[in-house]
Design a protein around this ligand. Structure first.
Ligand code: SAM
Length: 246
C-alpha cells in the first residue's frame, strides 16, 4: 500500500506554536522532507524526535520529486516541512503536491502557523476578503503590474518582504497606495514582535533600518468604484478591466 505525504506546518518563531497532530505525524512518519535539514533538525531536537531527513528546496531537480514520490509509492509515509510556517505558501512543495496528486498519492494537510494569516488577523485591516501576493517580483514590469493591482484593489492586499528590500518596497507603495493604511507585522510570535501602523510614507520615517521578518498588510482602495478612474491613464483603465476578466 502506498504511503501518504503530510504537509506539516511548523512554527514561524515561537517553538510552542506546533499542533499536537503535527507532533504525532512527525513522530509516526518514515521520512521528513525538509527545506533546510539543519533548520528542521533544531525543531526535531526540541521535540525529541529522531527521523531520517532528506532536503528539498527551490533549486532541487525534478528527479528529486520523482524520488520522493517513489518513496511514497513504496509505502513510506512522508512529512514535508519548510523552514517556517506552512509548506507551499511562498515555500517549496507545490510541485511535490501536484505530482503526488497526479500519481494518486494521498496528500494530507496538517495546518498550523502561517505568517500571512497571523499578520492579517492582528492588523485591524478588513480580513473578510484579501489577496495574497507573496513576494513582489523584482522584474520591473511585473512588479509594476502587481503594484497597480494593489493600487486598484477593492480587497486587502498582503505581501511578504525581506528586511533588506523593505525600504524599496515602501518607497514603491508610497507611490501606489498614497495615504492608505498599512500594517507592518514584524517578527510575529518572536520576542520583538510588533505591529507598526501608518501610511507608506509614515512607515518609512518610523523604520530606518529594518531588521527581522516582515509581512505587509495593505488596506483596500477606498470608494473603489467612485474615485479610481479619475486618476487612471487610458492604459491603466484598460488594464483594470483586463485584470477583472477571468
Ligand atoms: N511558509 C511561510 C508561511 O507559512 O508564512 C512563509 C515562508 S516565506 C519564504 C518567508 C517570509 O514569510 C518572510 O520573508 C516574511 O515575509 C514572512 N514571515 C515568516 N515568518 C515571519 C514572522 N515570524 N514574522 C513576520 N513575517 C514572517
Amino acid at each position: 500500500m502506498a504511503g501518504k505525504i503530510y504537509l506539516v506546518a511548523t512554527p514561524i518563531g515561537n517553538l510552542e506554536d506546533i499542533t499536537l497532530r503535527a507532533i504525532k505525524v512527525l513522530k509516526e512518519v518514515d521520512i521528513v522532507v525538509a527545506e533546510d535539514t539543519r533548520q528542521t533538525l533544531k525543531l526535531l531536537n526540541h521535540l525529541e524526535i529522531s527521523k531520517p531527513m532528506i532536503s528539498f528546496h527551490r533549486h532541487s531537480k525534478d528527479e528529486k520529486i520523482g524520488q520522493i514520490i517513489d518513496m511514497a509509492k513504496s509505502g513510506k509515509n512522508i512529512a514535508l516541512v519548510s523552514d517556517a510556517g506552512t509548506p507551499v505558501i511562498s515555500d517549496p512543495g507545490e510541485e511535490i503536491v501536484k505530482y503526488a496528486i497526479e500519481e494518486g498519492i494521498e496528500v494530507v494537510p496538517i495546518p498550523g502557523p502561517c505568517a500571512l494569516i497571523a499578520a492579517l488577523i492582528s492588523s485591524g485591516i478588513d480580513a473578510k476578503e484579501f489577496t495574497f501576493l507573496g513576494f513582489l517580483p523584482l522584474n520591473s514590469k511585473t512588479r509594476k503590474e502587481k503594484l497597480k493591482e494593489i493600487k486598484n484593489s477593492s480587497k486587502t492586499s498582503i505581501i511578504y518582504e525581506a528586511p533588506h528590500k523593505l525600504i524599496q518596497t515602501l518607497t514603491d507603495l508610497k507611490e501606489y497606495t498614497e495615504n492608505r493604511k498599512i500594517v507592518l507585522a514584524r517578527e510575529i510570535t518572536k520576542i520583538h514582535e510588533e505591529f507598526i501602523i501608518g501610511t507608506a510614507n509614515e512607515l518609512m520615517q518610523k523604520i530606518k533600518e529594518p531588521k527581522g521578518e516582515f509581512v505587509i498588510v495593505i488596506d483596500k482602495a477606498e470608494n473603489q468604484n467612485e474615485n479610481i478612474f479619475e486618476n487612471m491613464t487610458l492604459q491603466e483603465h484598460y488594464e483594470y478591466y483586463e485584470q477583472k476578466r477571468i
